[in-house]
Unconditional design. Structure first.
Length: 207
């Protein structure tokens, strides 16, 4: 299955949720927020969201989180299967695994405006983990790891602009000093502030 390459606004409007696919503060992001409640498609302006069945709610939540983290169905299902074998809460284990992805880490550290841009930077070889180049966006970080851009990559205009923000709002499990970020500990469920109901995802895959 190929990665979705259509309009990102369509995905967010389908889920009626800001998936973090547009750069915050940009004109495109502002326009998306204005049209968030309008369904995509030719009749979106007049269309009404139907009351969903239990299955529909479960599907939409799964789609929402999958699209938020920019994953294909096969990838997302594989994460769920791994999480279901972990001790403790499956939903917590799933979200923590998603948070540990390298592309998400750069997004959370405010070293990339979106997860999609972080994936691009990583795939193009701009990123270092503990001083070594890593070009796999799905690489899972661990406590103590230090990440950042190659020296030459710090000259990219988008990165330079992000580094001008002196006090980025970071989750408690991360620390950033200038262009370098450090994983202080494993993320916890309460560190994820987006409105996610992971129980619906568990129910979807447990049918």
């Amino acid at each position: 299955m190929a990665r979705y390459r259509g309009p990102k606004n369509r995905l967010a409007r389908r889920e009626a949720f800001d998936l973090g696919l547009k750069t915050p503060g940009s004109h495109a992001h502002t326009e998306l927020l204005k049209r968030m409640k309008i369904l995509p498609g030719q009749h979106g302006q007049k269309g009404k969201r139907r009351r969903s069945s239990d299955y529909g709610l479960q599907l939409r939540e799964k789609q929402k989180v999958k699209r938020m983290y920019g994953l294909l169905e096969r990838q997302f299902h594989r994460y769920f299967e791994i999480a279901s074998r972990e001790k403790g809460n499956t939903g917590d284990a799933l979200l923590i695994m998603l948070e540990k992805r390298l592309d998400n880490l750069f997004y959370r550290l405010n070293l990339a405006p979106t997860r999609a841009s972080a994936r691009q930077y990583i795939s193009h070889g701009h990123v270092l983990v503990d001083g070594k180049r890593v070009n796999i966006p799905s690489f899972l970080v661990e406590p103590g790891m230090v990440v950042g851009y190659k020296q030459k990559s710090l000259e990219m205009p988008v990165v330079k602009k992000l580094l001008e923000e002196k006090n980025p709002n970071l989750p408690a499990w991360l620390e950033r000093k200038g262009p370098l970020g450090k994983v202080l500990c494993l993320p916890k469920r309460e560190d994820i502030t987006e409105g996610i109901d992971e129980q619906l995802i568990i129910e979807f895959y447990s049918r």
